[in-house]
Design a protein around this ligand. Structure first.
Ligand code: TMP
Length: 210
């Protein structure tokens, strides 16, 4: 049996890192050690790409932005994600392909099929077993994120941009319910974590029994 790949997605301030940590804690209780990772910025090259894409002084065209995220992802998949999965391990990523489809596709209004094509090429077609979308009202999420630090280049985008991103995530999930779990991120974090655990329990039982 190959490993398990779970991605967490959502707008700014949706609480992804909290839910990644909750899932990791539960897996540890079952004796499973997961590789926690994120996009952009999980590799040395990716950290440099992250600095460019999030720097408010970077002047990037939408296509250049999309390709930088794709480059980060290509490096991430080949050097971090695939080796763990090939060894039968569990990978939990804070963002993955759907972020490019939502932010660059829906947000920047680039062609969705093109962004999908670039992402597929970057990942060699690697798709998560489950993608959890933490759905949040953009105004509430941005306010939550603003509490932590000054807004980065993407957070500085208009509310309309973030509304398109949110709609983009919801459309992706609606098109493939078997591979997505959409949660109302304004809910209680414990309850959200419980729903994620419930969804993953059957496969985790198999992993723990190996
Ligand atoms: P975060 O890691 O703190 O969530 O920040 C990453 C930012 O980059 C966030 O605003 C979403 C954005 N992003 C994209 O626009 N496209 C992508 O493909 C990814 C992975 C992130």
């Amino acid at each position: 049996m190959s490993g398990l790949f779970v991605a967490f997605e959502g707008g700014e301030g949706a609480g992804k890192s909290t839910q990644v940590a909750r899932l990791d804690g539960w897996l540890q209780e079952q004796g499973i050690s997961a590789r926690l990772t994120r996009e952009p910025g999980a590799t040395p090259a990716g950290e440099r790409i992250r600095a460019i894409v999030l720097d408010p002084t970077s002047s990037l065209t939408p296509r250049a932005e999309a390709l930088l995220y794709a480059a980060d992802r290509a490096q991430h998949v080949e050097t971090v994600i695939r080796p763990v999965l090939a060894a039968g391990g569990v990978v939990i990523s804070d963002r993955y392909v759907d972020s490019s489809l939502a932010y660059q596709g829906a947000g920047r209004a680039l062609s969705l099929p093109k962004v999908r094509q670039v992402s597929e090429w970057a990942t060699g077609g690697l798709v998560p077993d489950l993608t959890v979308v933490l759905d949040i009202e953009p105004a509430a999420g941005l306010a939550r994120a603003a509490g932590h630090r000054s807004p980065d280049r993407i957070e500085q985008e208009s509310l309309a941009f973030h509304e398109r991103v949110r709609a983009g995530f919801c459309e992706l999930a609606a098109a493939d319910p078997a591979r997505y779990l959409v949660l109302d991120a304004s809910g209680d974090p414990d309850e959200l974590a419980g729903t994620v655990r419930g969804r993953l329990a059957p496969v985790v039982r198999l992993l723990a029994a190996r």
